[in-house]
Each structure stands twice: as C-alpha cells, then as structure tokens.
Design a binder for this molecule. Structure first.
Ligand SMILES: [Zn+2]
Ligand SMILES: [Zn+2]
Length: 335
C-alpha cells in the first residue's frame, strides 16, 4: 500500500478578496463513507473565482477550493462499499445531500437544503490529497481518467445539465461565453445533430476561432445578431445583461438558460421579448443522476477537453488568467 504522508501542500483561502496561500496542512483522514484520494488534477472553475472574490456567501474558512477533482483512491473509511483503493474517481461540486428534505425526496437533490459543496462548504482539490464521500464520487471511464478529465466534473456536468433543460426538439443552440463548459458541450450538441452559435466577448476572435474549430455553425460577439433564431440559449458568462440580449434572438417557445452560480443583475427589458412562451431559467448545481447520465453518454460520444496545465502553487495565476478570459478551454492544476 502506498505510504500516506502526514503533511501535504494546499492552496488555502483564508479570507475572500485575498489571494490563495500555499500552506502545509495535515492530510485528512477518511471518515465513515469517505475515501482518501491522491489528486491527479483539479480544474479551475469560474465558481472558484466567485468564492475567492467573496461573491458567494459563507464559504468554510480557511478553505481549500476546487471542485473538479480527478484522483486515485488511496484508502477507504468505514462503510465504503462501491469504491476501492486504486480506483480513479471524479469528485464534483455536490459533496453531500441529506436525503430527507423535500428536494431530496423529489429527485431534486441539487436543491437540497442541507447540501455540502466541494471546495466551498467542505475542502476541495487545490491540494495534494482530499477526502470525499464515496456516494458522491463518480468512477471515471477509462478514456476519461487522466488529468484532462478534470473539466468534465463541473464545466462538463453543469453544461450538460443546462443543455438538458432545453426542449428536446431544440436544434439551434446559442452558447454565451465560450469557455470550458461551452467547449465541452458543443461537442456533445454537434454529435446529437444540433447547430451551435457561439457568442464571445466583443473582440475575442481567439475564442470565436476556437468555437469554429470545434464545429460551431456560427461564431460572433454578443453584440452581433446570429443568422438564425435560437431555440435555446445557454449563458455561461456571469453577465446578467446577456439575458435580454439572448432573449431577443430566441424563438417563440425557446429557453434562455443561465448556467452560472452567480450573475450580475439582469437589466429590465420589454415584455415583448419574453412573450411567445419563451422561458428564462437558472440551473443550480447537479444531481448524482446528471453525473451518471453524463459519464454514460461519454462512452459513446467523443469529447476532448482543451486544457492548460498549471502547477498547484500557480493557482492564483490560473485564476487571474481565467478572470481575464485568457484561457482557451479550461485551466487545470497538477499538484
Ligand atoms: Zn436534502
Ligand atoms: Zn464549477
């Protein structure tokens, strides 16, 4: 059995608004239902930025952020039955649910009143090791068990949940904000015969080219009109003013789906652009079913993640590049 050190390196958030600090902390021990995981990689998500910037309420402090974790199980705690040492697992944002609130009981555990979230209310993956409840880990398929798989755990999953909220008959999909989530989702959508329209920040021709290289039917900036009406628009950028922008180019009966956990205020807009049974909705967190469905889908859907690797100690640099929109695809930390 692999020797487990007592101390590990971790990038720790002590106070929102301050950069993460590299610290030596105790390697956690797996409690009941938990596994100890040696981290192979951890994705850098926009939600991490919102936590570091203090835009999300009440994080655990001090906190190890990071919720797109790929790792090898080293040991298991009591009562762990489905996962064993040596397995490669993915650890997502949803870290625990109570199982008995009205949301849990109605198949909406993503809305659980007592949920815990990886890298937010429990420690996450900007470290060398972490513990996770086995019931919320996903056994990763062999094709997606390397460091490149990290963005699938949130960008991929939340993108997929957002996509699933559109009418099944929707063909024309607008993706607003062409980062990690959109770059994964476009591959799924095109494989299913959808037409993708990619919208980026004005002037971001690099992301537009990236979208076209992945098969987008059209790419432009958010001030431009797409050549066809959209059946569904998915907004990954945290900019509330995109809601009326997207609504204005969405067809009757279509949906505007907000995939981010935090967004700036939505400006008022004329009722006309909502009329015609258009829908605006948000997507919150994920359920374990989303994860199982998504990884099942990946068995017969070719998806490649575009990643830029950073050392663990360069986490602040990775976050800053993400903030500026300087990452093509996803930033991923390698401890
Ligand atoms: Zn619950
Ligand atoms: Zn995320």
């Amino acid at each position: 059995m692999e020797k487990i050190p007592e101390i590990m390196r971790a990038m720790v958030l002590e106070k929102p608004g301050e950069p993460l600090r590299l610290k030596e902390v105790t390697v956690p021990k797996p409690a009941e239902n938990q596994v100890l995981v040696k981290i192979i990689s951890c994705g850098v998500c926009r939600t991490d930025l919102h936590i570091v910037d203090g835009e999300l309420n009440k994080p655990k402090l001090p906190l190890i952020i990071g919720h797109e974790i790929v790792g090898t199980v080293i040991t298991t705690g009591k009562n762990v039955s489905n996962i064993k040492a040596g397995d490669i697992v993915g650890i997502p944002w949803l870290g625990y649910t109570c199982g008995h609130c009205k949301y849990c009981k109605s198949g909406k555990e993503n809305l659980c009143e007592n949920a815990k979230f990886t890298g937010y209310t429990i420690d996450g993956g900007y470290a060398e090791y972490t513990v996770a409840d086995e019931r919320y880990c996903f056994l990763l398929p062999e094709d997606h068990s390397g460091p490149n798989a990290a963005p699938l755990l949130c960008a991929g999953l939340i993108g997929y949940r957002s996509y699933s909220m559109a009418e099944p008959s929707a063909v024309n999909f607008g993706l607003y904000g062409f980062g990690a989530a959109a770059s994964i989702l476009i591959q799924v959508a095109i494989h299913q015969g959808k037409k993708v329209f990619a919208f980026t920040r004005p002037g971001d021709t690099v992301s537009q080219q990236f979208a076209l290289s992945l098969g987008a039917f059209w790419a432009g900036d958010t001030s431009q009109l797409p050549p066809e009406k959209l059946d569904a628009a998915i907004i990954f950028a945290p900019a509330g003013d995109l809601v009326p922008t997207a609504l204005a180019v969405t067809d009757k009966g279509g949906s505007v789906i907000c995939g981010g956990i935090h967004m700036s205020d939505i400006p008022s807009f004329p009722y006309d652009i909502l009329w015609g049974e258009r829908i605006i909705r948000s997507v919150a967190n994920l359920t374990r079913k989303d994860g199982h469905d998504f990884f099942e889908l990946l068995k017969h859907t070719p998806v490649k993640t575009e990643t830029e690797f950073f050392k663990l100690e360069d986490a602040n640099l990775a976050l800053n590049k993400l903030r500026k929109g300087d990452i093509n695809g996803a930033a991923v930390l390698i401890p």
